[in-house]
Design a protein around this ligand. Structure first.
Ligand code: SF4
Length: 352
């Protein structure tokens, strides 16, 4: 059984201003500048699947990496560069720093954040956990270093079900945070006793059941690929529910020639690379109750613009610091997940 709690934190999220649109000459100027700066500073560019295509392309072209948050952090830890440039949102920079405390971690802007992180501040979350000391605290990777440090386990979407099943087998009751939709999905898959923090991703929360049904009528042959941060009724329409990496794999391996995709449309860059002959259709964010605040692209991911990346070494307010004791505490539940994954031979990937 699952119990729900009202979210104790009101989040009124101001949307960031989108970066200026560049013409092709400006794009080329910034691209060349970034390539030169990466070499000069022995730095590597590591980008998330949800950043804009030109950022992902640049990461690949310069020997960097594109992936989900944990893959990004792991790549950074194994790479010989002194400086990691993380194109993503702030918790991703923190995870990279936790895994590479000796490296300098810079981001185009520290204002790039995440509604899941914002909606789960450590003070109220800690208080909530303290009210249920008998429960095991499991948090999603999309959280601050402080929330990770408070947790018994950190999980990605690719291994969350397995971890909860493992805990359930030991009769453990769970506190889950922060994503309510992912929590409900895991609870539904496992039947575990979970108290769900009521956070949501503003991008996935906007996918609408009615809009998706209409799209399915329009493309009856298409596979429906859904990230589990989406609402339950959207998840129920899916042929495949999975993390970012799992959805890319599904687009590549399913026999369908078309796929309707319910996750951030930034994923199309890598998905199209993996499945070049297939037609990818973004799931509609329109429908009853739609606000179209997000339109399937994260406004904070969009802040990772070329012009900010070009200034990443000059800005003096964009380095990630995680206090050493906190980082060591946050590393424990992260390491626990990685070791568990090795034991059960599941590749730990996932959004984020
Ligand atoms: S897409 Fe959603 S989960 Fe990902 S960074 Fe943006 S707000 Fe957070």
């Amino acid at each position: 059984m699952a119990a729900e709690i009202p979210i104790p934190v009101e989040i009124n999220i101001p949307f960031p201003k989108p970066p200026a649109v560049l013409n092709s000459t400006e794009q080329e100027y910034y691209r060349e500048r970034i390539i030169a700066l990466l070499k000069q500073h022995n730095a590597v560019l590591i980008a998330h699947y949800y950043t804009d295509p030109e950022i992902q392309a640049l990461a690949e072209e310069t020997g960097g990496f594109v992936g989900d948050s944990l893959e990004m952090a792991k790549f950074g830890a194994q790479h010989p560069a002194d400086t990691l440039i993380i194109a993503g949102v702030k918790f991703m920079g923190e995870t990279a720093k936790i895994l590479s405390p000796e490296k300098r971690v810079l981001m185009p802007t520290l204002e790039a954040t995440c509604s899941l992180d914002l909606g789960c501040p450590i003070g109220p979350f800690n208080e909530f956990c303290n009210q249920h000391p008998e429960r095991t605290v499991v948090v999603y990777a999309n959280t601050s270093a402080a929330v990770k440090a408070r947790a018994d386990w950190v999980v990605t979407s690719s291994i969350a079900v397995e971890v909860i099943e493992h805990l359930q087998a030991k009769d453990e009751k769970i506190i889950w945070g922060p994503d309510k939709h992912l929590g409900a999905y895991i609870q539904n898959q496992t039947g575990a006793d979970m108290l769900l923090w009521q956070g949501a991703c503003i991008v996935h929360d906007e996918f609408k059941f009615q809009g998706l049904e209409k799209a399915m009528n329009l493309y009856p042959e298409a596979a429906v690929l859904v990230h589990p941060e989406s609402p339950k009724k959207v998840v129920e329409l899916a042929d495949v529910v999975g993390s970012t990496s799992q959805l890319i794999k599904a687009a590549q391996t399913l026999p369908h020639q078309q796929a309707i995709v319910a996750t951030d449309k930034g994923i199309f860059y890598k998905m199209q690379q993996a499945a070049p002959d297939k037609e990818l259709i973004i799931a509609p964010t329109a429908g009853e109750g739609a606000t179209c605040r997000s339109c399937a692209h994260c406004p904070w991911m969009k802040m990772n613009a070329l012009q900010l990346l070009a200034g990443v070494f000059e800005a003096n307010d964009n380095e990630i610091f995680v206090e050493s004791a906190l980082a060591q505490k946050a590393l424990l539940p992260l390491t626990k997940m990685v070791n568990f994954a090795q034991d059960i031979k599941v590749l730990v990937k996932g959004n984020i």
